[in-house]
Design a binder for this molecule. Sequence first.
Ligand code: F6P
Length: 521
Amino acid sequence: MAIRVGWNLAGKADARRRFTFSFPAGVVRSDAMPASRRRLVVVSNRGPIEYDRVDGRRTARRGGGGLVTALSGLIASHDVTWVAAALSDEDVVVAQEHAGTVAAEETDGAGHRFRLRLVEVEAADYDRYYNVFANPLLWFIQHGLWNRPYTPEMTAATRAAWESYRRVNEVIAAAVAAESADSDAVLVHDYQLYLVPRMLRDLGLRTPLSHFTHIPWPGPDAWRVLTADMRLGLLRGLLGADVVGFQTARSVRAFLATAEEYLPEAFVDHVRPRVTLRDGAASVRSYPISIDPAAFELLAAHPAVAAAAERLTADLPERLVLRVDRTDPSKNVVRGFRAFARFLARHPEWHGRVRLLALLDPSRLKIPEYAEYVGAIQRAAREVNDQFADPGWTPIDLRVSDDFALALAAYKHYDVLLVNAIVDGMNLIAKEAPLVNERDGVLVLSENAGAHEEIGGHALSINPFDLEGTADAIAAALAMPDDERRRRAEGIRTHVRAHDVRAWIAAQLADLDSIVGAGGR
Ligand code: F6P
């Protein structure tokens, strides 16, 4: 069965506003198969689309998050079979209809075809795997979010969640093994699936295999939160891959140090970054992820985005400061609002002329830490508005909703883009927004975002904990002369166009070729 994918640019809240999206013919379609085209099996927890049932009809919307944004670019260049967990009720129906086979030949928003295999996972296992073990436990370790004197507590519930994490990885690994017989490479993604590479090897898979972690890898001490068996399980699981990839050189160094600290049997080579175990070696590399600029520019030109832009520009302040994030504690929204308050306190000349628009996509709300964070965000915005608002002006416009079209519209019109994450794997918003921005907006960027290693030189760098420094950076961005704004914005655009998602995947495939070609594991 093939159904068309309606990319939800209008927000989950109003299903009637979903629409199917089509690109001008021939713009980014590439049906001719170049020599470099490969048969790839891509594996991630969240797939590129999620099914729903609206008014009795099956619909499909784009999966959320940076991983899907980036990996969708793969579909244009390679023959992709995407294996992902069935997340929604309708995903489960689709998985059951196809009883362990590829669910559908789908097309992405740009008309590129891919095969999708959704894997049904027992609901209680999925809940513990996603809502307890992967998020928040691993996520909070990897983003340094635990408040160690008090949290986390490792309990019987954590151990049950670890077992569920293992079972979900097992079910997904089995589906991948079944899809991989004729593939050129298997690319496993992110912290939800650290155990899959070793499981695939144990199932007899010999295909070149990589694992890429989209979030930061912290140094060895951060992992002391986990019990030794969990720590070792994750490391040995990952090291079943031929290539273990990270976003940044900093994460590569931290991973090598972690392997050295905890794996007595490992030989760690820091020069030609590699970890050798008894049964083979994994090369450890950094590949900063990116986007598909052509596809992204087309998305931004969609009529739904134009309609959102019309609503937005009807009420634009003289200067717009923008942030677009998931409501994730790692995104540091509360400190961002408090820094904006400090900026306003020091710069009364901007009162009434500038607004901070915060477009926040609600995320992982079944997890108490995430649900509480939404409340903290709302309180922080209210405090700033109570302190500074006057009858004609509200300094912070906070919108907590999944409205991709509005985010794209706002990308075009910001003067300052605030990305102040506590720490972030990459932060693709820092790459995609400048690409379509029409005002040479200035990027204020956390020095702890992966993107900073690449484009920090064109941004105003901030320490995300430094409220005064962030306030100063906002002031400096607003006061920056036009020629400097243009130079910095152009610097980011040039970098992103030259280092797109095709270059990202090509580098990984080239490494897999050379490593496996040279004898592999
Ligand atoms: O990039 C990190 C990541 O966790 C991805 O793995 C994920 O798809 C995205 O962020 C969004 O998170 P979630 O899938 O939990 O909504």
